[in-house]
Design a protein around this ligand. Sequence first.
Ligand code: IMP
Length: 193
Amino acid sequence: MKLVFATNNPHKLEEIREILGKERQVLSLKAIGCHDEIPEEQDTLEGNALQKAHYIKDKYGFDCFADDTGLEIAALNGRPGVYSARYAGEGKSPEDNMVKVLKEMQGVADRSARFRTVIALLLGDEEFIFEGEVEGEMLTEKHGDEGFGYDPIFRPVGYEKSFAEMSMDEKNHISHRGKAVQKLVEFLNNKNI
Ligand code: IMP
């Protein structure tokens, strides 16, 4: 079974390969010769996941899946949400995004937030959607240097450490993307794919 994962993020590819296991081969965009900047122009996570997956399916013909994730902070009315990757502006770094969030959250009592992932899977002519989320809270400063993105400033409910202080395995067990991928795996297993 070969599936393309429509992402240019090596961290995500590594995370997902670990969850999907050995029996399924997850191909990177590089492996299929795709070096394009895949458009994600929708204003929902689901819309972006579908747009990315369709781009690959239409251009290269592979069965594939794509994910889109957002950090939804209650006190910021769900921001950065679908704009998480470029919250501090086009071309800014994950560090810049964290600085912006920490600044906006200064002195804010309600720290509750969640990560939400939507995966769109295209198999033949069919499309399927899987979702995963993890509730947590925004920290007031960075902790740890594992992971990526907003990991150093997000602590999942029931834990004393941030995502960036967890091993990849530990994070995968409880994370938004881990849960969404788990649903994808169960679906593939049930279909004997
Ligand atoms: P994407 O569209 O799925 O790549 O995610 C959008 C942005 O959300 C990324 O650029 C990261 O800043 C952030 N993000 C996604 N997944 C994670 C995660 O597991 N931890 C921390 N930040 C994440």
